[in-house]
Design a binder for this molecule. Structure first.
Ligand code: KIV
Ligand code: NA
Length: 266
């Protein structure tokens, strides 16, 4: 299948075709989701929580993102691959953001980077865009600011907060972003932003009236006992893996595995 490129995302919005995005953190899952026809794979800094055993995204490093980004980009044949800039690798300004994003682009083979923040990150988005690096914005609940935001909470409720978020969305677009993630935003506000922006909006906990949807794959596949309210468990992959591991261990202990078909003779 033809590679998804940045202009296809804009085209999808214009045609009213929903954009699909899932996170991926390794080559194994990236190959599966790419083969499933998911349009865009996000190497999210949620790798901190989902894979690296951190409580938050804050400890994730650029090295972590480069290694995961390379794995995902190497496995994706069709999908547009976006890699998150982790906390502490772009906030200082355009020069720091550019150095971080250039490293991602050089060392992973990804198609774009994503960073959090609206007006506060506009200069960074502009610098990357001018350097030829497609940028996806991220507004609403932004996990890298979870200490300031007081944990995962809906953002943009009330007239003043809604106006603020709308201004941030405009700033992200004007700085040159090719799309924006809206996380935990009331449906009506996400719909309004989607209407006034020319660039596609990808929602997570932002309702159905956006240009695309993204989920963390471990939430989507039911890998853990708990998933957020905005996620649907499309499978119970956690239970499936646990049962497979149990059956394997039982078979080894009972001597039922391996049999002749798994065994090499002299
Ligand atoms: O890191 C991540 O998985 C994300 C998505 C939740 C949008 O940024
Ligand atoms: Na992220």
């Amino acid at each position: 299948a033809r590679r998804v490129r940045v202009h296809h995302l804009r085209q999808a919005k214009e045609r009213g075709e929903k954009i699909t995005m899932l996170t991926a953190y390794d080559a194994a899952t990236a190959a599966l989701f790419d083969a499933a026809g998911v349009d865009t794979l996000l190497v999210g800094d949620s790798i901190g929580n989902t894979m690296l055993g951190h409580a938050t995204t804050l400890p994730v490093t650029l090295d972590d993102m480069v290694r995961a980004g390379r794995a995902v980009a190497s496995a994706a044949r069709r999908a547009f691959v976006v890699v998150d800039l982790p906390f502490g690798t772009y906030e200082e300004g355009p020069a720091q953001a550019l150095a971080s994003a250039v490293r991602i682009m050089k060392e992973t083979g990804a198609s774009a980077v994503k960073l959090e923040g609206g007006r506060r990150s506009a200069a960074q988005i502009q610098a990357l865009t001018e350097a030829g690096i497609p940028v996806v914005g991220h507004l609403g609940y932004t996990p890298q600011s979870e200490n300031a935001l007081g944990g995962p909470r809906v953002q943009g409720r009330g007239d003043e907060a809604a106006e603020d978020l709308s201004q941030d969305a405009l700033a992200v677009q004007e700085a040159g972003a090719c799309g924006v993630v809206l996380e935990m935003v009331p449906r009506e506000l996400a719909a309004r932003i989607t209407e006034f922006l020319a660039i596609p909006t990808i929602g997570i906990g932002a309702g159905p009236d956006v240009d695309g949807q993204v989920l963390v794959w471990t939430d989507m596949a039911g890998m853990t006992g708990w998933s957020p309210r905005f996620a649907r468990r499309f499978a119970e992959a956690g239970a499936l893996l646990r049962e497979a591991a149990q059956e394997y261990a039982d078979a080894v202990r009972s001597g039922e595995f391996p049999t002749a078909e798994h065994t090499f003779e002299q």
